[in-house]
Design a binder for this molecule. Structure first.
Ligand SMILES: Nc1ncnc2c1ncn2[C@@H]1O[C@H](COP(=O)(O)OP(=O)(O)O)[C@@H](O)[C@H]1O
Ligand SMILES: [Mg+2]
Length: 259
């Protein structure tokens, strides 16, 4: 009973404000002869705790969309709100603030080669100035199966292990939003599964929203929703697990409470 009403409460709060709200977003690279529009009138809302998988052919604009949502590029046209904050026209200082709530896992893992795995994870935040930062970094590395590699430098790690350090660095601050660009591409089947299982656990237990680009069919089952981008257009949007409209024991749609 209690668990059921808790679930309703959670879906109410998570339905209240989308983590990501995109309206009529267009984006182009270059000007004049080099002008090339790559995103066309994108409209999208993502609610907290959702795991959304973004698929689409190479060159369809997936990485561009992810970097716009991550406040890493300037919004040219349309509206993009992250955690209730409009990014269009926002001063660079404010953008830096917003990025602190976002964990990035990109294809290139960009580790610091002179630092150990643990130190790389600690670079992610002010963990260096935190009491217990050392232990926190080691703990998340352990959860990703790297407890015996905590004090190794990147050159002594495999590609998959380096990717897991990058993932640990993105997860360690428990960000509100995780943006991942093919996070399992360099991992074997078991490591890839472990990584998405941990991400899924965080999404469900802590209400973290995850937007992940992947071609990895082996992990599609973790998605609550799969969206497909083709030539810069959102072609399809399939909700697989719609917890935002889950029913409580009265049989009422939880969204009706919001009206
Ligand atoms: N910095 C850039 N300057 C110019 N064109 C770019 C740039 N980055 C990407 N593009 C082009 O934009 C399109 C979308 O790229 P991208 O977002 O990387 O697609 P995806 O991640 O789906 O493969 C492609 O045609 C690509 O060549
Ligand atoms: Mg890409």
């Amino acid at each position: 009973m209690l668990a059921s009403s808790d679930t309703t409460l959670q879906s109410l709060t998570s339905s209240a404000e989308p983590s990501v709200q995109i309206r009529n977003l267009n984006f182009h690279y270059g000007e004049g002869d080099l002008f090339k529009q790559v995103l066309f009138d994108i409209n999208l809302e993502i609610y907290s705790g959702q795991i959304v998988i973004l698929t689409g052919p190479s060159g369809s604009g997936k990485t561009t969309l992810l970097t716009l949502i991550g406040a890493l590029r300037t919004i040219q046209d349309g509206s993009l709100q992250i955690l209730g904050q409009e990014l269009k026209g926002l001063a660079p200082k404010k953008l830096v603030q917003i990025r602190k709530n976002i964990g990035f896992i990109f294809q290139a893992h960009n580790l610091f080669h002179s630092l150990t795995a643990r130190q790389n994870v600690m670079m992610s935040t002010d963990l260096f100035s935190h009491q217990g930062g050392n232990a926190k970094a080691a703990e998340i590395l352990g959860q990703l199966g790297l407890s015996d590699r905590v004090d190794y430098k990147p050159h002594a790690l495999s590609g998959g292990q380096k990717q897991r350090v990058a993932i640990a660095r993105a997860l360690v601050n428990r960000p509100n939003l995780i943006l991942a660009d093919e996070p399992t591409a360099a991992l074997d089947k078991k490591s890839g599964r472990d990584v998405v299982t941990l991400m899924q656990k965080m999404a469900k237990e802590e209400g973290i929203t995850i937007l992940m680009v992947t071609h990895d069919n082996r992990i599609l089952d973790v998605a609550d929703r799969i969206i497909n981008l083709v030539d810069g257009n959102l072609e399809s949007d399939n909700i697989i697990n719609d917890f935002s409209t889950s029913h409580d024991e009265t049989g009422m749609d939880s969204r009706t409470f919001m009206l």
